[in-house]
Design a protein around this ligand. Sequence first.
Ligand code: NAI
Length: 462
Amino acid sequence: MATDYIVKDIDLAAFGRKELDIAETEMPGLMSLREEYGESKPLKGARIVGSLHMTIQTAVLIETLVELGADVRWASCNIFSTQDHAAAAIAAGGTPVFAIKGQSLEEHWDYLDKSFMFPDGPNMILDDGGDATLYVLLGARAEAGEDIIPVPQSEEEEVIKAQIKKRMAESPGWFTKTRDQIKGVSEETTTGVHRLYDLHKNGQLPFPAINVNDSVTKSKFDNKYGCKESLVDGIRRATDTMMAGKVAVVCGYGDVGKGSAASLAGAGARVKVTEVDPICALQAAMDGFEVVILEDELATADVFITTTGNKDVIRIEHMREMKDMAIVGNIGHFDNEIQVAALKNHKWTNIKEQVDMIEMPSGNRLILLSEGRLLNLGNATGHPSFVMSASFTNQVLAQMELWNNDDAYAVGVHILPKHLDEKVARLHLKRIGVKLTELKKEQADYIGVTVEGPFKPEHYRY
Ligand code: NAI
């Protein structure tokens, strides 16, 4: 169908294509999968619904899935993260995509629904944050007469319920049928992976899942080195504020927190960290960051960034204490890290897209980025292509595993085998001129590995 898409402006396709061509040169993992599997088409027959930020890098992922034989339909997993020229290029290339930067929440769930509408229904999900999986599972629950369970982002709950009810009225039984023909899901991010483990623990996961996030070549690269580049990029594009000399507080020192703290420190900010986990707190301290309590920094810090994947980390009582023109933003998956809803009855002045100034009762103003949604994708263009190539090579391998090698994956949450993780890394070495030393046979025997790898035991933490 020629118009089976919703994008901001299809005329942006030519610009999108030019940037896609450049991105391809920085995504060696995806391009070598095209070379290796473009002819054998291992994803033939797969009908993949994708729910992941519709960026230029994602466009290269989509075209790789298509080149490997899949039918694909796509929606973004965040209302602010779409790059409209990337969406236009994908639509113009014939893959149905439903994503506009700045779409409403209602549109977000409607577009997700549209991405499921293969004539014969989808049989695979590629998810980021779990919305696509959540949609089909909640709908199937509702069809079974159960309550539509509360979801983590409570302000979205009503919107999701309304969308599910609409689909149920239009196509009775659709959710159950769709759930039953899904062969598996590959999940991109920490927050989505938490949801999958929870679902499985509660006996509610009906199909196998691959946790792409915990491939070493995903979380130890995208979450860390990706945020190292894209956090300050987002703050700068939003505010043009001088970073050097400013005091920045990073809440959370997991993979994203490590990258974020490094990003700010690299820009010359004086960085402080809050943590709940003693191991991560000790890491932050030994990386040279002061580890503090948020409450002690409110009156003096200039920038506050949440990276926890947790809720209510920066609360209204915190924001009331912040100094005039403090910058507040989140780089975790959902917007519930900051209590944005509690600011709704304050005076908001929109500065530009995804940048708001909010007047607090004290008269102090806050600069809020992307309404508390992940600012590296809302205010900038997310991570650079090279690191996303590693993430998305894992995604493609995960889809191939679930589609072709399903005997190996029972219902549950799995991680890709280490030899594939090492393969992803290997595919990225040449582009940056890395020369790998080869083990001698005797050396390999001595440390208990083979010359070809895997080189580490499963419990090794990198
Ligand atoms: P992680 O689990 O490695 O790190 C989160 C850290 O936050 C943990 O060390 C935890 O102890 C700490 N934490 C939890 N509650 C806290 C609190 N109240 N105060 C201070 N610290 C607290 O998770 P990861 O991989 O760093 O991901 C964090 C979030 O970022 C997730 O929502 C993930 O989905 C998202 N993400 C976003 C990306 C982006 O480009 N914006 C990229 C990758 C992940």
